[in-house]
Design a binder for this molecule. Sequence first.
Ligand SMILES: CC(=O)SCCNC(=O)CCNC(=O)[C@H](O)C(C)(C)COP(=O)(O)OP(=O)(O)OC[C@H]1O[C@@H](n2cnc3c(N)ncnc32)[C@H](O)[C@@H]1OP(=O)(O)O
Length: 407
Amino acid sequence: MTIRPIAEAEWPVFATVFREAFNSEAPPAVVDRYRALSELDRLLAAFDGDQMVGTAGALSFAMTVPGGTAPVAGVTLVSVLPSHRRRGILSAMMRRQLNDLHEGGEPVAALYPSEAAIYGRFGYGRAADSLTFDIPRHGAAFVPDAPTDPALRLRVADPARARKELEQVFEIVRAERPGQYARTAARWDDLLADEEFDRSGTGALRCVIAEDGSGPRGYALFRVKRKASEDDLPANELLLQELYAVDPAAYALVWRGVLERDLIARVRAWSRPVDDPLIHLLAEPRHLRPLWRDDLWVRVVDVGRALSARAYAAPVDLVFEVEDAYCPWNARCWRLSADGAGAVCEPSSAAADVTLPVSALGAAYLGGRPLVGMLRAGLIREHTRGAVARLSTAMSWEPRPCAALVF
Ligand SMILES: CC(=O)SCCNC(=O)CCNC(=O)[C@H](O)C(C)(C)COP(=O)(O)OP(=O)(O)OC[C@H]1O[C@@H](n2cnc3c(N)ncnc32)[C@H](O)[C@@H]1OP(=O)(O)O
């Protein structure tokens, strides 16, 4: 078995392997979009003799982390042909990729797993969660004191033509929420693509923008799936792709534009953050009927650099011991000292206050997974009473992390 980067000429075979592994029906135009999204020199393939049997890629993200932005490898296109599964090919590709990231100086990796049980063994931790809302039209009323702004108006826009305005809003909001990553032109092309395959029975991509005299302040992208009830009344579903706004009044107005749209029986919204302000705006939040699931998984590739690259919610100074079977350079004691002036995380020879698996550090890295929960679950060992609570408080962050756009 060989694992190596691919050449441009090998892309079609690479695409054949991941299409087969994912049981994908993606047409050539969509495969071209994957290529535009990919960074060729960061694609790895596994070979059995001459045959390509496995794939893995990484994207160079600037990702929002607590208090700033960090370089993060967005791991993607991971697949092994059905004929070659459960022989350790994924494990070998993950080991190679983690070594490459370490040597290339990328301190953190993140991914969306196809199945949540796969990546914990490679040191990834469940770092962000998201909610799916399923809101019936009759449950869409807002609390009486929901914010309004008479300067705001709602405009129906063509998504492709409105791209610059959407980018303008997104650039502001992405800096606030950990897990959000800067979007390349290819990412926007993919998000706004509206070919037959993208519609797949769910209708054209639509857009509303909340704006005032000085420009856009919020937007929603959505499709409408046409449906009729048994007695032939409109029962259409609005499928919300994304909704962002830079201030509360614009946020409320865009949601109103979505929830109060005529001829819609229900609104389904995926990948909403767990602290979505909509939870406070709906007069009857039980109508959100939230479904909880995992969003981003994070892998701390280099403990010292990763933990020095973020901010902390409270001062902390302690020593923790990391267990890491895949990245031996992490497996040792580290001292973390952080206060309002910054954070330093360095190797230490002092006795550890806490021992934890590297996946726990990944889970806590974006501020959304309190370590105290993992202590109670018996996944972390505490040697100094109260040390996990202090580290947990320091690593927690507002707002809660959510990438919300699968890569
Ligand atoms: C970020 C992303 O791209 S996520 C997309 C992941 N890809 C897919 O889901 C496509 C379909 N699936 C596949 O291509 C393959 O089944 C893969 C990539 C998930 C696994 O590849 P394999 O080469 O079979 O994995 P490998 O043999 O290295 O398995 C390593 C370990 O993970 C376990 N494992 C592998 N796949 C799964 C799974 N889907 N669920 C739970 N455990 C799994 C194996 O049992 C093995 O466990 P062990 O170490 O205790 O023996």
